[in-house]
Design a binder for this molecule. Structure first.
Ligand code: BEZ
Length: 391
């Protein structure tokens, strides 16, 4: 072997390796690593699965590629546990070296993800968690949400309940960021409309021992109850509220998570409940009908709001990647494309506000059989106030 050849071969190899990992090479064909950090166990497991289903459905509809790049998935079960959020997100950022993070459901976990995304400059799209901090004080050029802020559906319901003439309300929720922010959003609109919150009840997440709190509601005798619960906890709350005999005497309202993806398990106990959310059954638009048909065919399940949010997170990623020819390092161009985009969602088209949270319609829905039937738009084009966001 000619010894002079060795260094040439080594440097050629080094050059080839460097090119393989360059943004140009990535843009030209390396797989895009998508890190899904979602709850696959616990109270919010069904929500995490629906988000992943929706995300994958959109990618499949695009032939498995976004912005010309094939998608490779990496998954972490975050268990809706904020204490594990930093370790879990670092598995995706540091170990798997993902290009983009998609997650999560629980607001406390999402706050940890947003911090890691900011510290590492990793692109993040939040497909559910409504934590105000994500699109408030922690907002950034490379952080986006495809769902809602906790303030939004709650504010819409505060308006609805005040307009219905309810003068007093009791609130009940899990004691963590999502519950606290939901109650605050509700209270803001309800008091503006002349209502008064008599008491704010809560229990630690994910505790579902509601009995003592239900007894307190009965004693307080408010005109109505506003609640934020989701997933398995929402199922149990609606059943317990009805079993306690309260459904007949004190009308129950909620942010729409109370009855979304839960109706099979809640059965007749959910009948008639009114909620507000950015998605509903029976929208009957060509866009939603096509989505619902594709989702049902693929998963043998009806989609819910979480599936829509996952689907739209993939759409948003696709829009950013199309504008940057698949190069996620071009953060300014990625953000500019999304800021001017009209996202063609099954919920109805929406845009992003300056803080990267959806500006969207909130439907008033009523449970009829196994559906959250839209009975109109409660608030049109509602934007999160983006308090604390400086970009
Ligand atoms: C949250 O923690 O932000 C959340 C969880 C479930 C449904 C909606 C919001």
């Amino acid at each position: 072997m000619n010894p002079l050849r060795t260094p040439i071969t080594a440097s050629a190899l080094a050059l080839a390796a460097a090119l393989a990992f360059s943004p140009l090479a990535q843009a030209q064909g390396a797989k895009l690593k998508v890190g899904l950090m979602l709850p696959y166990t616990g109270t919010y497991a069904a929500l995490g699965n629906a988000i992943e289903n929706g995300f994958r459905l959109y990618v499949t509809e695009q032939g498995g590629k976004l912005g010309g790049r094939e998608i490779e998935f990496f998954k972490v079960d975050d268990e809706s546990d904020p204490a594990k959020a930093t370790d879990n997100v670092n598995k995706l950022i540091k170990r798997d070296q993902v290009d983009v993070l998609i997650g999560t459901v629980h607001s406390g976990v999402a706050a940890g993800m947003a911090k890691a995304a900011r510290d590492n400059g990793t692109l993040l799209i939040v497909p559910n968690a409504g934590a105000g901090v994500v699109t408030g004080p922690m907002c950034a050029n490379h952080i986006f949400r495809s769902s809602f802020s906790n303030w939004q559906p709650a504010y819409a319901m505060g308006e609805v309940m005040a307009k219905k003439g309810h003068k007093t309300a009791v609130t009940i929720t899990h004691k963590y960021a999502a519950g606290d922010e939901s109650v605050a959003g509700f209270k803001e609109a309800f008091t503006k409309g002349g209502g008064k919150v008599l008491k704010e009840l809560s229990l630690p997440f994910p505790n579902v021992e509601f009995q003592a709190l239900l007894t307190e509601i009965a004693a307080l005798k408010p005109d109505a109850v506003y609640t934020f619960f989701a997933g398995g906890a929402a199922v149990k709350f609606v059943k317990d509220y009805s079993a306690a005999g309260l459904k007949k005497s004190i009308p129950l309202y909620g942010a729409g998570f109370l009855t979304d993806g839960t109706l099979d398990a809640q059965g007749a106990d959910a009948d008639g409940l009114l909620t507000t959310l950015h998605y509903a059954d029976g929208l009957n638009t060509p866009r939603d009908n096509a989505f619902r048909l594709a989702y049902a065919k693929t998963y043998k399940l009806q989609p819910d709001v979480y599936a829509v949010q996952g689907y739209d997170a993939a759409q948003m990623l696709g829009i950013g990647l199309a504008a940057t020819k698949g190069d996620v390092s071009k953060k300014a161009d990625f953000a500019a494309a999304l800021r001017k985009a009209k996202i063609d969602s099954p919920r109805g088209a929406f845009t992003l506000g300056a803080n990267h949270d959806p500006v969207q319609d909130f439907y008033l829905r009523q449970v009829t059989g196994k559906e959250n039937k839209s009975i109109g738009v409660a608030v049109k084009g509602l934007a999160d106030p983006g308090r604390g966001c400086k970009m």
